[in-house]
Design a protein around this ligand. Structure first.
Ligand code: HEC
Length: 159
């Protein structure tokens, strides 16, 4: 599902709705996501990895996503060819809706006007770029992503 017309205010509303939906869902798994919203989640603190990700991003990604992963200002709107411009990856768009595996896959295989990097970058290098742009995310965005990522990992384990 893609939501391309969120204003920042609506984005925040969606985030709050998501967090309250999570607290309902987690009620029967024994821990509350409501506290997850304020609790600090352990973030990737591997600075060597983040620095490597920044280096790779500068080399391969900034021409489209911008030096600070700020994306194209018109990322919400289809261009003349009917495609979406490169979105921000800095936590202001919706990259945080995707678990780690999906982000990795998008970068590896590409989608629409997003080129595939699987033949240029190793799996570790792809992961390092994710670690870098995630280091730009505000804590509350990271915490919301972390909940999504954990649920996706748990679901994969149960399969
Ligand atoms: C030629 C321009 C271009 C380059 C270079 C590029 N991207 Fe993209 N990227 C895009 C476009 C366009 C999209 C949106 C595709 C769509 O969903 O229609 C995108 C989407 C993404 C997404 C999904 C974001 C979301 O919110 O779902 C990620 C993650 C991403 N790019 C990471 C990268 C990384 C990391 C690199 C460098 C290794 C990179 N991109 C290089 C154009 C580019």
């Amino acid at each position: 599902m893609r939501v391309n017309f969120l204003t920042p205010g609506l984005g925040l509303l969606a985030l709050l709705m998501l967090l309250s939906a999570c607290s309902e869902q987690d009620a029967h798994s024994g821990h509350s996501m409501a506290s997850g919203a304020t609790e600090s989640v352990q973030r990737v603190q591997d600075f060597a990895r983040i620095a490597n990700g920044k280096r790779i991003f500068s080399r391969h990604c900034i021409e489209c996503h911008g030096a600070n992963a700020e994306g194209d200002p018109n990322w919400r709107f289809r261009d003349a060819s009917g495609q979406f411009p490169p979105p921000p990856l800095n936590g202001t768009a919706h990259a945080w809706h995707h678990p780690w595996g999906e982000l990795h896959q998008t970068i590896r295989d590409g989608v629409n006007n997003m080129p595939a990097w699987g033949t240029v970058l190793s799996p570790d290098e792809i992961d390092d770029t994710i670690a870098w742009f995630q280091s730009l995310w505000p804590d509350e965005v990271y915490a919301a992503w972390h909940g999504i990522d954990q649920r996706s990992r748990n679901a994969a384990q149960q399969r």
